[in-house]
Design a protein around this ligand. Structure first.
Ligand code: PHE
Length: 409
């Protein structure tokens, strides 16, 4: 019997009904943009490292935070979900949300997937930078591959309380057998939860001020993650709108316990590099990070990583707009993201955005129709109408053959 296999980083994986990684995504594996010297993502990574190196000195004048940026992106679903207490029925596990190698392995959807293993090795403070993979919409700020920085810091009772009393734990405890409230976990004392959360917020606000200057406006928004409580998002004001830049919180004690660090408390954060780099360097389109065009990369070749950079657009190429409508047979389910991915697979870098612009259900038959607007615009060159028409027709054919829908002339 013939089995299909997938070869990733020298490992062979047997494909199954969960396998859903298109060749366009496999192509990105190993590119490691965050490790390419002078790439804007590398530059931002270096600035973030520099903040943590300057601000936090450990024993023997060594940096407190260790940096890990070569951990491979193929992980088990256990690492990506279970190790972080993501419940079995959590929506983030849906097949349509992530890229699966097979039922057991996937491309990490976040760098948090490595929290438990790094804590298990005995680390007390670390930054982890890596590529992450999500099936998502098509627009200027979304791409199936992006990059995150994960940060985590653990505190012993001594370390946490020394900062307030100046003399070590003065009758203060990290833990108590209590109840979970909006501001703390059941096993944490209120003092411990407050100190960890305020250390976290102080650290991250410091980072944002280091990157954007102290005049940037920020705000904390309460939110939830299965692996932290309490949890927050940090937003910054940019172009008069609030932009979410990171998620963070006080690590669930169960995770530390499972990693052999149950005597400590911790915070963790996860930050998207592209978002931040787009704002910091005024990069208008996320696809540019993948560009091989020297007119892009040359702009980031600076001797001093802190030198201010404002990206000068290569030149605004005109968009070509084409709509596409099709019927979805009644009773069939249809996932937008299957369509988006097919568009990416066929049109590659030619499509800037796909928008659902109209929906309609035929009263009698229950047949459902959808109309999408495809904005064709390459980030690096002008497209011709002929080449766009060709690609648009190929997409139209593929939706019929691969997604089982019926084109509407
Ligand atoms: N992993 C979360 C995400 O990708 C971010 C996060 C990391 C939140 C660590 C809390 C703690 O959205």
């Amino acid at each position: 019997k013939h089995v299909n296999t997938l070869e990733l980083f020298g490992q062979t994986y047997v494909q199954d009904e969960w396998t859903n990684i298109p060749a366009t995504v496999v192509d990105k594996l190993g590119r490691n943009l965050h490790n390419q010297k002078h790439h804007p993502l590398w530059l931002l990574k270096e600035r973030i490292k520099d903040y943590f190196y300057r601000e936090f000195i450990g024993r023997c004048h060594k940096p407190l935070f260790s940096v890990h940026d070569t951990i491979l992106p193929v992980v088990t679903t256990q690492q990506n979900f279970d190790s972080l207490l993501v419940p079995p029925d959590h929506p983030s596990r849906h097949h349509g949300d992530s890229y699966y190698v097979n039922a057991k392995h996937m491309l990490r959807a976040h760098t948090s997937a490595h929290q438990r293993e790094l804590v298990s090795t005995g680390l007390d403070a670390f930054l982890l930078i890596g590529d992450v993979y999500r099936r998502d919409t098509v627009d200027r700020s979304h791409f199936p591959v992006f990059h995150q920085v994960e940060g985590m810091r653990l505190f012993s009772s001594q370390q946490l309380f020394a900062s307030v009393t100046g003399s070590g734990p003065a009758g203060l405890d990290l833990f108590e057998a209590g109840t979970r409230t909006p501001s703390k976990q059941e096993s944490h004392s209120l003092e411990a939860a407050h100190l960890v959360a305020s250390n976290l917020q102080h650290t991250l606000k410091g980072l944002v001020h280091f990157l954007f200057g102290t005049s940037v406006e920020t705000r904390w928004v309460p939110c939830t993650f299965p692996f932290t409580h309490p949890s927050f998002e940090l937003e910054i004001k940019f172009d008069n709108a609030w932009l979410e830049v990171l998620g963070c919180g006080v690590t669930e004690q169960k995770i530390l316990h499972a990693a052999g660090a149950g005597d400590r408390v911790a915070w963790a954060f996860g930050l998207g590099l592209e978002r931040l780099a787009m704002v910091l360097f005024a990069i208008p389109d996320i696809r540019l990070f993948w560009s091989n065009d020297a007119r892009f990369s040359e702009q980031f070749k600076v001797d001093d990583i802190h030198q201010p950079i404002r990206f000068k657009p290569l030149s605004p190429y005109p968009p070509l707009i084409n709509d596409m409508s099709f019927w979805i047979p009644s009773g069939e389910s249809f996932d937008d993201r299957d369509f988006y991915e097919l568009v990416r697979t066929i049109a590659g870098n030619m499509v800037q955005e796909v928008k659902l612009i109209d929906e309609y259900t035929q009263p009698g038959s229950g047949r459902h129709s959808r109309c999408y607007r495809l904005v064709y615009r390459h980030a690096e060159r002008t497209l011709t109408k002929a080449e766009v028409d060709l690609v648009h027709r190929a997409i139209g054919d593929a939706v019929e053959t691969q997604l089982g829908v019926q084109g509407r002339g």
